[in-house]
Design a protein around this ligand. Structure first.
Ligand code: 0TT
Ligand code: SF4
Length: 352
């Protein structure tokens, strides 16, 4: 039977995996057991694996099919490394609760950062994870420490299965110097609305011009659903923001982005405007990403022409291609103006 934690997937596009793996030690934790019972109740094929690294025999006849199936495969495990990665510019640290995502955004950086492991991993040892977060908070006292929960996944899209965002929200509510943030392209916020959050969790919805959503973001929630969810979270007292990413230069981009802010203004309840923040991220790609994207989404209209871009050296690893200064400035200036015209009391956290 499904438990109170685990809402059975009923309506809309709630994610239902096609295959679920468990690492045996995950079943020593209540969350592992609950997910196991949920998978049984959903009649999903269940397999055991000693380690996610050994999942080599995923079904699929071609590389492309294997990739698509992997994105619908859930691996339930225990997070062993409790050293958190940095997460500039959005937060001090990335807090690990999941990696991988069921959506198919063509530009997604997880295609390269997760390498050959596009399946979805979720972790069940939440007490270890929040324990580590407490130590990071103490190290920075009396400064506030922010944790980003959406660096390697879209955690809201998995919440009906894991309940892990709810765990983090409750935990952070009690941390005077800890803050949580996450970003999503999904709208299933119901489980979060009644939680005690103490204003310590900022939710951001990823939004974009219609052209970008329609062409590059398959298997995500629609624009209106995301805005409605933002309104619900604002009314539940959460600080709310928007990430406009990736900002793309396309024919008609000015009208496309102007329309985005018109719709945001029209659909967002007035009370959501308090504490509103924007994060602006221009499209970028690496050479590796381009190669992978062309294999996985061969018909994509995503422009990835190195000759039209500016090369930005990476501190570690390979550099990335961003827009040349003239285009980047035009995008930044236009979008900044739109934001201050429509939401004069909001703030822009960064443009990157
Ligand atoms: O194209 C993706 C770019 O978006 C990355 O450079 C990070 C950036 N980003 C993503 C961001 O500026 N703000 C965010 O809130 C993100 C949604 C989350 C994020 C991810 C972050 O803020 N900082 C990060 O360091 N990341 C990590 O970047 C996750 C992943 O390992 C890496 C990808 O370059
Ligand atoms: Fe990647 Fe976010 Fe799209 Fe998921 S929703 S595929 S994490 S860009």
């Amino acid at each position: 039977m499904a438990t109170e934690l685990l809402t059975p997937p009923r309506k809309s596009n709630l994610f239902l995996p096609e295959l679920v793996y468990f690492e045996p030690d995950s079943l020593d934790y209540p969350k592992g057991k609950k997910i196991y019972e949920w998978a049984q109740a959903q009649d999903l094929p269940i397999r055991m694996t000693t380690s996610h690294n050994r999942i080599t025999n995923l079904p699929g006849d071609s590389e492309l099919e294997k990739y698509r199936i992997a994105k619908r495969t859930l691996v339930v495990g225990v997070k062993k490394t409790l050293k958190f990665e940095q997460s500039k510019p959005s937060a001090e640290y990335a807090i690990p609760i999941a990696t991988g995502c069921m959506a198919h955004c063509h530009y997604c950086y997880l295609q390269t950062t997760l390498g050959a492991k596009p399946y979805i991993r979720v972790y069940v040892n939440m007490d270890d994870i929040t324990g580590a977060a407490e130590k990071y908070i103490q190290e920075r006292e009396p400064e506030i420490t922010r944790f980003e929960a959406a660096c390697t996944s879209d955690p809201l899209g998995l919440e009906h299965i894991t309940g892990s965002l709810s765990d983090l929200i409750r935990f952070m509510a009690e941390q005077p110097l800890g803050r949580l943030r996450f970003v999503s392209k999904f709208h299933h916020v119901e489980p979060l609305l009644d939680l005690p959050h103490n204003g310590h969790t900022r939710v951001r919805f990823s939004v974009n011009a219609d052209y970008v959503i329609k062409n590059f973001e398959p298997a995500t929630s629609g624009f209106s659903e995301r805005i409605e969810a933002a309104g619900k979270m604002a009314r539940a007292g959460y600080p709310v923001g928007f990430i406009v990413a990736p900002i793309i230069w396309f024919d008609g981009w000015e009208e496309g982005y102007a329309e985005l802010f018109r719709r945001l203004k029209a659909e967002l309840p007035a009370d959501a405007e308090k504490q509103l923040t924007f994060e602006l991220i221009q499209h970028r790609f690496t050479k590796t990403a381009k190669r992978v994207i062309e294999q996985r989404y061969p018909k994509t209209k995503l422009e990835m022409d190195e000759a039209k871009r500016k090369y930005k050296w990476g501190k570690y690893g390979q550099g990335k291609y961003v827009y040349p200064d003239e285009q980047a400035n035009a995008l930044r200036e236009f979008i900044t103006e739109q934001i201050f015209e429509k939401f004069p009391s909001s703030s822009i956290d960064y443009f990157t």
